[in-house]
Design a protein around this ligand. Structure first.
Ligand code: FHN
Length: 411
């Protein structure tokens, strides 16, 4: 549990939003890197960034209706483009056809819906003239030595700290900060090397963050321990621990493998799979930060909106089995996960059982069982008073639920 921010693990589900100039390219947020696009060539997107449909209230409402309790928006991704009216650069939304600060309305919209406010901030910056060309830079395969002449990471560090200070000073209480990311050993063995805490000034930066926003939660990507661990695009095998102590963790996941809007990518995870990812994570003590990539006009991708609606319907009926819930000491039957909140044990059936669900080791410990979607009772049996109980289940999986919950009330 993050002692200074219990809201984080009580929330269990948040929305990640990747939105920037790469949304115009509409094929990947690393397009600048993957296609080795120079800053000059990439400026075509800067000149055309005109999000006329941007309405963060739409995003906030979609998040709330999906059962999400916090939202994290890319204030600046690796491309270096800033969504807020930073005094430290001209490379910002207010200098594009958007013509305004886009962070202020985002923060207001979240607060209006009672959602916690999260910022993502990229440590990497492929636009800034002092950010040295390294193994992830779009120009990594050009003449790195010549390109780095005159570049000064100390000046970049000052810029980096100044921007974080702006973000944490100018928009009221910020609840969550996702720094991204450190690669001290470089990427893919590229000789241009990497960057880590010394390049970012991580210790000083983190101290400033805590001073400006004492209640904030910060992730673990400054090459320093943070408040929570960030497995990305995978689900840990079990609770994440350090020296036997459970860690707060959050799995960040995409809907279709891309973080930014990826027009031609149709490989969307089904709402049922997304729900099972959520439940799996909570059963291991983790959160799910599920990503959407709005279009360059600022609207949610209709396919993402459909996924969110599907999750929202499940959470509407089953939210009490995830919010404030976590791992159980009981061992679940096959094809199931347990989440527990107080004396309520929730049995999440990932495969519909053959007329009953085993409750190993729970003989004499279960007083009542019901389906969560409609609160209908499930008859309990205790064939072996020393070992297990089981609850009888209807033949057909109840309609309207992506998976079924069984709050098993324990004395
Ligand atoms: O390089 C980024 C990537 O584009 C995306 O923002 C993810 C989200 O966690 N973080 C980095 C990859 O780990």
């Amino acid at each position: 549990m993050i002692q200074h921010a219990p809201w984080f693990e009580e929330s269990r589900l948040g929305m990640f939003v990747h939105w920037g100039l790469y949304s115009l390219a509409a094929r990947h947020e690393w397009v600048m890197n993957r296609e080795e696009i120079t800053v000059e060539e990439y400026s075509k997107y800067f000149r055309r960034f005109d999000p006329d449909l941007y309405d963060p209230r739409e995003w906030a409402l979609a998040a709330r209706n999906a059962g999400m309790k916090y939202v994290v928006l890319t204030t600046k991704h690796h491309e270096g483009f800033c969504l807020w009216d930073s005094a430290l650069t001209d490379y910002k939304a207010s200098n594009t056809p958007a013509g305004r600060d886009l962070i202020a309305p985002y923060v207001d919209a979240l607060r209006a819906e009672g959602l916690k406010v999260g910022f993502y901030y990229s440590l990497i910056d492929w636009h800034h003239p002092d950010f040295t060309v390294d193994s992830v830079h779009p120009q990594r395969n050009a003449d790195v030595g010549t390109l780095n002449e005159g570049r000064d990471m100390a000046r970049y560090r000052e810029y980096l700290h100044g921007q974080v200070r702006e973000l944490l000073s100018n928009y009221g209480t910020i609840d969550y900060l996702f720094f991204d990311f450190s690669y001290p050993d470089g990427m893919d063995g590229h000789p241009a090397g990497g960057k880590g805490r010394a390049d970012w000034g991580s210790e000083e930066l983190l101290a400033m963050v805590r001073e400006l926003q004492p209640g904030i939660v910060v992730n673990d990507r400054l090459e320093l321990p943070g408040d929570f661990v960030t497995p990305e695009q995978y689900q840990p095998a079990g609770p994440m621990m350090s020296d036997g102590v459970p860690l707060a963790w959050e799995a960040c996941q995409t809907l279709n493998g891309s973080w930014g809007y990826d027009r031609d990518n149709l490989d969307y995870k089904s709402p049922d799979l997304l729900v099972r990812m959520l439940v799996d994570g909570v059963s291991k003590g983790g959160n799910l930060l599920l990503n959407v990539g709005p279009t360059a006009r600022g609207s949610l991708d209709p396919r993402a909106a459909e996924s969110l609606a599907g999750i929202g319907e499940w959470v509407r009926l089953h939210g009490r089995s995830i919010y404030g819930a976590g791992p159980s000491s009981c061992v679940p039957p096959a094809d199931a996960r347990y989440t527990q909140r107080g004396d309520r044990l929730y049995v999440h059936l990932f495969a519909w059982p053959f007329g009953f669900v085993h409750l190993p080791g729970l003989a004499g410990k279960v007083e009542y069982a019901q389906l969560l979607n409609d609160a209908s009772e499930l008859r309990l049996q205790e064939p072996d008073p020393e070992q297990e109980a089981y609850a009888t289940t209807p033949g057909a999986q109840p309609a309207g639920t992506l998976s079924v919950k069984l709050p098993v009330q324990r004395p």
